[in-house]
Design a protein around this ligand. Structure first.
Ligand SMILES: Cc1cc2nc3c(=O)[nH]c(=O)nc-3n(C[C@H](O)[C@H](O)[C@H](O)COP(=O)(O)OP(=O)(O)OC[C@H]3O[C@@H](n4cnc5c(N)ncnc54)[C@H](O)[C@@H]3O)c2cc1C
Length: 412
């Protein structure tokens, strides 16, 4: 049987794209080996972090990395057995952080954020999703005047990209927005246009239901390989084959395995992240908090509090090290006095990360009927609605609202 459009992956990227392609009149089948929101899109911090336009590979970051790596439970870690495997990715990451390249990447990230923010505002009413949003903004916290000063160039970059913010330079100003924090936080930056969903998993399930209610099909089936045909693509499944006119690969941190079957070598790695979700009543959290110097955040999830972050460059198969989640929770208890750390649930997820912090959104170099939509790293939820609209334009052959060159799969 031949399908019109098959999307591989039912995470936030695959499902948001499925809804958009359906809206454009396509008949869409989504395949996922584990079902809707079964991986990274289930447990993230739930932030639509539109003000976060700075790519991770910032100039000077490689000077900070050795200090972070010295602490095995610090914000960045590389399990020794994975170090040789991650070295080529790290080299590309370093190249992306050079000032000349960084400026272009910042611009690409900012454009994708703009497209994504306006696309999300179209999507929310279309799926009656406003009740699932928390529009409280975000506060980025600093522990000294010196740390705050170091952050100022990044705030200048945000200003240059039209991002609204307020800088807070006293403990009192911080307490007005978020009471009961440790007095160690002396300065902060507040971004009002940052949003959170009440729960990222529920959000994707809600989108999946809207898609299914409009005759969209989602099947729990694993994909092994893709083969270009004269017209379309053959999909080799774990339980058979399927031909499709167009295929979208939105398989998160596993996408490069499928790209490889087409002969495309894309340097996708995973930045594993950890968190603990505490039940309602754990803390009176008023908004998303970012503890800048410590690589973790606190967000409100289903009335409770999720404490999470960290980057572990450890690949897809090593077992999780939940000491990382415990370390973050212990730090959070110091930063948020009174935080009730009992009754939490731990989680680890695989951020799909390209070395230049920018996703791949565009056709496979070896198979023009296959479109890639993966590699969103720390920002997949944030950039999901924009990615969906861009894939829609590529599929229909219409002019995307931004140049697609920075997101091309041929850039590596
Ligand atoms: C701790 C942490 C916090 C985060 N916080 C945020 C945040 O606040 N805001 C934000 O924007 N982003 C955040 N992220 C990043 C975000 O979660 C990811 O970028 C996003 O979930 C990626 O979505 P995806 O759809 O590409 O991948 P996934 O959600 O991983 O979905 C990929 C799907 O593909 C399926 N799949 C894979 N291979 C195959 C195959 N061969 N056949 C069939 N199915 C397959 C998988 O089963 C999976 O369901 C965070 C990540 C972590 C780890």
């Amino acid at each position: 049987m031949s399908e019109q459009v098959v999307i591989i992956g039912a995470g936030v990227i695959g499902i948001t794209t499925a809804l958009e392609l359906q809206r454009r009149g396509h008949s869409v089948l989504v395949l996922d080996r584990d079902g809707v929101a079964s991986q990274t899109s289930a447990g993230n911090a739930g932030a639509f972090a539109f003000p976060e336009v700075e790519p991770l590979a910032t100039p000077g970051i490689m000077r900070k990395a050795p200090k972070w790596l010295l602490d095995p439970l610090g914000p960045l870690s590389i399990p020794p057995s994975y170090a040789p495997k991650i070295a080529p990715w790290m080299y590309r990451f370093w190249r992306a952080s050079r000032p000349s390249r960084y400026a272009d990447l910042l611009d690409a990230q900012a454009r994708l954020m703009q497209v994504s923010s306006s696309a999300l505002e179209r999507l929310i009413p279309a799926v009656e999703g406003e009740a699932m949003m928390q529009r409280d903004g975000q506060m980025q916290l600093y522990e000294s005047e010196a740390e705050f000063r170091i952050s100022l160039p990044a705030w200048d970059q945000r200003r240059a990209h039209g991002i609204e913010f307020e800088l807070l330079e006293t403990r009192e100003a911080i307490a007005e927005k978020q009471p009961s924090l440790s007095p160690r936080f002396t300065h902060a930056g507040f971004t009002p246009n940052w949003m959170n969903t009440i729960d990222p998993k529920t959000w994707v399930q809600h989108l999946a239901k809207a898609f299914s209610d409009r005759q969209g099909r989602i099947e729990t089936r694993g994909v092994r390989a893709l083969t270009p045909l004269e017209n379309g693509t053959r999909i080799t499944l774990e339980d058979g084959t399927l031909d499709a006119a167009k295929v979208i690969v939105a398989a998160g941190a596993w996408s490069h395995h499928l790209a490889q079957t087409l002969g495309d070598h894309i340097p996708l790695e995973t930045e594993r992240g950890y968190n603990t979700t505490l039940p309602p009543g754990a803390f009176d959290l008023r908004m998303h908090l970012t503890f800048s110097g410590h690589g973790f955040v606190a967000s409100r999830i289903n009335g409770g509090v999720r404490i999470g972050g960290a980057v572990e460059l450890g690949g897809l198969s090593l077992p999780p090290n939940f000491k990382r989640a415990e370390t973050l929770l212990n730090k959070a208890a110091q930063f948020m006095p009174g935080l009730n750390t009992q009754g939490g649930t731990q989680w680890m997820g695989f951020r799909p990360s390209l070395p230049d912090s920018i996703p791949v959104i565009g056709p496979s170099p070896n198979a023009p009927d296959v479109i890639y939509a993966f590699g969103h790293g720390h920002l997949g939820l944030t950039q999901s609605a924009g990615t969906a609209e861009l894939v829609g334009a590529l599929l229909d052959g219409t002019q995307p609202p931004i140049s697609m060159n920075p997101y091309s799969a041929t850039r590596f």
